[in-house]
Design a protein. Structure first.
Length: 307
């Protein structure tokens, strides 16, 4: 299987405001290379909401090439069809950036792993990249262009194995999907061949593992005391607490002097890295200053502890 997974991050609500791109080259079903590049959008306008997601600010891209300057080398690195999660966004961002730069659209086929996930795992409650990746055992840093592209590549490879496909075109065919296409003559989106066909696909579903049922090993010392802050993407707060308790841990609703670990939802963890602090985080910092050893971890790290 040969393809290139791609992910774009944008500086603001305009899709042509690309500020980072991640590329993952897959050859013979294995990741061959992972690269990323910062891009200087024009105009150089970053919205705080976007910065909070990916952590890239105007100061980080001042010496980076514009998309127009970067495109030739980016295009040269793309081998085989493109694969991206939520192609409606990424392909739109690429096309609008090309238009803004006055560059002729390339001829590229592409497949959307969001559409693939909806076809092979319709029982999933949602199909965002972070949710789908975690359910397939892929740990990554969301909204990092290179890591998003890597997760997308691994989702595609995992789904191909699930349905017995050996190429991107065969994966699309087995999922009842149309391969999308970008070309100088126009744009064809990736989509379901028969949108009225709701027949379940004849492939084994990726299993959603209930945290409270997994009691085979202790991933942390018994008596470890957890607290949570922020919304979790992968499960409800109640399920997270049950996952801790069934492994011998203890959950605190509020930060106490003997709290061991504070878990932050991944969205909140990005904001935390940018200096935004909830009441619980401020309490943790106060206690740490007094010598209480409390660890602050992201939801992704917490999930790896449960694995």
């Amino acid at each position: 299987m040969r393809f290139t997974a791609i992910d774009f991050e944008t500086a603001n609500s305009n899709r042509n405001s690309i500020c980072a791109v991640g590329l993952v080259i897959v050859e013979d079903g294995e990741i061959e290379s992972i690269t990323s590049e910062l891009i200087q959008p024009a105009p150089l306008v970053f919205h705080p909401r976007n910065v909070a997601l990916h952590g890239i600010a105007a100061r980080d891209v001042c010496d980076s090439p514009t998309f127009a300057r970067a495109w030739k080398s980016l295009r040269a690195r793309i081998h085989g069809p493109l694969v991206t999660h939520n192609a409606a966004f990424d392909m739109s961002a690429m096309r609008q950036a090309l238009d803004e730069a006055g560059i002729r659209h390339p001829e590229l086929d592409f497949l959307c792993t969001l559409a693939v996930s909806k076809r092979v795992d319709p029982h999933f409650p949602r199909h965002s990249l972070d949710f789908v990746a975690r359910k397939r055992g892929i740990v990554f840093q969301h909204h990092n262009a290179a890591d998003d592209a890597r997760a997308c590549a691994l989702v595609a490879l995992s789904a191909a194995k699930q349905v017995g496909a050996t190429s991107i075109s065969e994966l699309a065919d087995k999922c009842g999907l149309r391969v999308g296409r970008v070309s100088p003559d126009g744009y064809v989106p990736c989509g379901v061949l028969d949108k009225f066909d709701t027949t379940p696909l004849p492939y084994p579903a990726t299993q959603l593992v209930e945290p409270r049922m997994r009691t085979t090993r202790a991933p942390f010392p018994a008596g470890t005391k957890f607290a949570f802050t922020g919304e979790l993407d992968s499960m409800t707060r109640t399920d997270a607490e049950r996952a801790v308790e069934c492994r011998g841990g203890i959950c605190h609703q509020h930060i106490k002097q003997d709290t061991t670990i504070l878990v932050i939802g991944d969205g909140g963890y990005v904001a935390y890295g940018l200096g935004h602090k909830s009441g619980k985080l401020k309490r943790v910092e106060t206690l740490k200053e007094k010598g209480h050893p409390i660890s602050v971890i992201s939801e992704t790290v917490f999930l790896s502890m449960l694995a």
